[in-house]
Design a protein. Sequence first.
Length: 54
Amino acid sequence: MAVLAWLLIPLVAAVGAGLWGSWAHRTRRVRGDGPELDGYARFRAAMERSHTGS
């Protein structure tokens, strides 16, 4: 019976991980690369301004 309990622990953990993963994926919103690319463009512009000022 102890062997069955030790086999049941990973099974319950795997089912719990699967449920959590499906829940986490469900609540994630699909976002494009727009905000990241805008931030990178602002960063590059700021770096170019600071580099040419020296």
